[in-house]
Design a protein around this ligand. Structure first.
Ligand code: LCS
Length: 394
C-alpha cells in the first residue's frame, strides 16, 4: 500500500497489512503451517542469522500473522506489532519484558481483573513490586514512582469503571522518570484512540473485543512505538510461546476490516442507551464518556475520537436489582466480554472482577451494584426496548 501514512482510517483498516500474494489472492491466505522449508543449508543458516528475511517456524513468525501485526501497527501508528494468543498473553509478555526481581510497576487500580490479579499472585512471587493507584489522578502516579520503577501501566477507559486517564500527561510523567508508558487500548481500539500519538511507548489489546469484533476468537496484540521496545518485547513472546495461530490471525484480520463501521453503529446506539439510563428513575448514576456528567468528559473530548460503546451504571437497588435486571434481559446476552456485534450485559463484582478483594474493588470504584453494558450493533430501538422491559421488572 503506497503512502499509507496519508490514507484515511477506513482505507487503512481494509488495506493495511495486505501482501503481494504470488497466486493473486485478494485476502492474505492462511499459511496453516508450523514450519517453513529452506531452499538449502546456506539459506537456512542465513534465515537464522538474520542475514536474509525468511520464515523459519510459526512461533517465530508467519505471513498470515505478520499481515495482521502490520495492519494493527499501522492503525495504531506504531513501529511494529506482536500478535499473541490472547489479550492476557499480550499483557503478561509486556510485564515480563519490562519487570523483574526488585523492579516496580505503577498501575491503575481499576483494570481488567486478571491484569491486576496476575501481578499480585504470580509476578509478586518473582519479586516484582507494584503500586495500584488511580491513574486518572496524575499526582497519585507521580507520588508512586520509585527509583526501581520500570513501567507505568494504564487502561483507558478502564474496565469496568470507564474512568479516563490523561495519556499525554501520563507519558510526560513516565518519560521524566525514564520509564515507558504502556496503555491497554482495548476499550477504544485504534479507531477511537491512538495512545502512541499521545506519547505512549507500548499499546496492548485484547483483540478478542473490538478488533476481531464477532465474539468468536480470543486474541491479543502488542504494538511498540519504536524499534528498541519492539526488539525487547518480541523475543519474550517468541520464547514464552504465547504466539497467535495463523487461522486465528486470518479471522481477526477479517474482523478488523469493518472495525470503524461496527464502532460507529454501536456508538450511535450507546449514546441513546446512556441518555435513556441517565433519565431512568431506577438508575443511580451512569458512567459514559459521551455524557456531560462523566467526571472526565472534557478529557474524553480531547483524547478520544468518540465516546465508545461501553457503559457502566449503578442501579438504585444495588446487587439484587442488578441480578434481576440481568435475569430478565431477552435479546441482550448475559455474558462477559465486549466489543462484538452482540449487546452484552454483565456484573463485574461477581464476574470479571471477582478475584479482586472486596476492599480493593471498592477502592477502585467497583461497587456491588455496578452493571457493565457493552452495546452491540443491533437496532437501537430493540436494545432500548429490551432494557426497558427488563428494568420494569427491577
Ligand atoms: N484488557 C481488557 C481491557 C479486557 O477487557 C480484557 C478482557 C483483557 C485485557 C484480556 O483479554 P483476553 O485475554 O480475554 O483476550 N476482558 C474481558 C471482559 O471484560 N470480560 O471478559 C473478558
Amino acid at each position: 500500500m503506497k503512502d499509507s501514512e496519508k490514507l484515511g482510517f477506513f482505507t487503512r483498516q481494509v488495506h493495511a497489512g495486505e501482501i503481494d500474494d504470488p497466486k493473486g489472492s485478494a485476502t492474505v491466505p492462511i499459511y496453516q503451517t508450523s514450519t517453513f522449508k529452506f531452499k538449502n543449508a546456506d539459506h537456512g543458516a542465513a534465515c537464522f542469522s538474520g542475514e536474509e528475511d525468511g520464515y523459519i517456524y510459526t512461533r517465530i513468525g508467519n505471513p498470515t500473522i505478520e499481515a495482521l501485526e502490520n495492519a494493527v501497527a499501522n492503525l495504531e501508528r506504531g513501529f511494529g506489532g506482536i500478535a499473541t494468543s490472547s489479550g492476557m498473553a499480550a499483557i503478561t509478555t509486556v510485564y515480563l519484558a519490562f519487570l523483574g526481581k526488585g523492579k516496580h510497576i505503577v498501575s491503575h487500580n481499576a483494570l481488567y481483573g486478571p491484569a491486576r490479579s496476575v501481578m499480585e499472585t504470580v509476578f509478586a512471587r518473582f519479586g516484582v513490586e507494584y503500586s495500584y493507584v488511580d491513574t486518572t489522578d496524575i499526582q497519585q502516579v507521580k507520588d508512586a514512582i520509585r527509583p526501581e520503577t520500570t513501567m507505568i501501566y494504564t487502561e483507558t477507559p478502564a474496565n469496568p469503571t470507564i474512568g479516563i486517564s490523561d495519556l499525554k500527561a501520563l507519558a510526560e510523567v513516565a518519560h521524566a522518570a525514564g520509564v515507558p508508558l504502556v496503555v491497554d487500548n482495548t476499550f477504544c481500539s485504534p479507531y477511537l484512540q491512538r495512545p502512541i500519538e499521545l506519547g505512549a511507548d507500548v499499546v496492548v489489546h485484547s483483540m478478542t473485543k473490538f478488533i476481531n469484533g464477532h465474539a468468536d476468537i480470543v486474541a491479543g496484540m502488542i504494538v511498540a512505538a519504536d524499534e528498541k521496545n519492539y526488539n525487547l518485547i518480541r523475543p519474550v513472546m517468541v520464547n514464552m510461546g504465547c504466539n497467535m495461530d495463523p487461522h486465528q490471525a486470518y479471522m481477526v484480520h477479517r474482523g478488523l476490516k469493518t472495525l470503524g463501521i461496527r464502532i460507529e453503529k454501536a456508538q450511535e446506539s450507546a449514546r441513546k442507551v446512556a441518555e435513556y439510563l441517565e433519565n431512568h428513575p431506577k438508575v443511580a448514576w451512569v458512567k459514559y464518556p459521551g455524557l456531560k456528567s462523566h467526571p472526565q468528559y472534557e478529557l474524553a473530548q480531547r483524547q478520544m475520537d468518540g465516546p465508545g460503546t461501553m457503559i457502566s451504571f449503578e442501579l438504585k437497588g444495588g446487587l439484587a436489582a442488578g441480578k434481576t435486571l440481568m435475569d430478565n434481559v431477552e435479546m441482550i446476552l448475559l455474558a462477559v466480554s465486549l466489543g462484538g456485534v452482540e449487546s452484552l450485559i454483565q456484573h463485574p463484582a461477581s464476574m470479571t472482577h471477582s478475584k479482586i478483594s472486596h476492599e480493593k474493588k471498592l477502592e477502585a470504584g467497583i461497587t456491588d451494584g455496578l452493571v457493565r453494558f457493552a452495546v452491540g450493533i443491533e437496532n437501537a430501538e430493540d436494545i432500548l426496548a429490551d432494557l426497558d422491559q427488563a428494568l420494569a421488572k427491577v
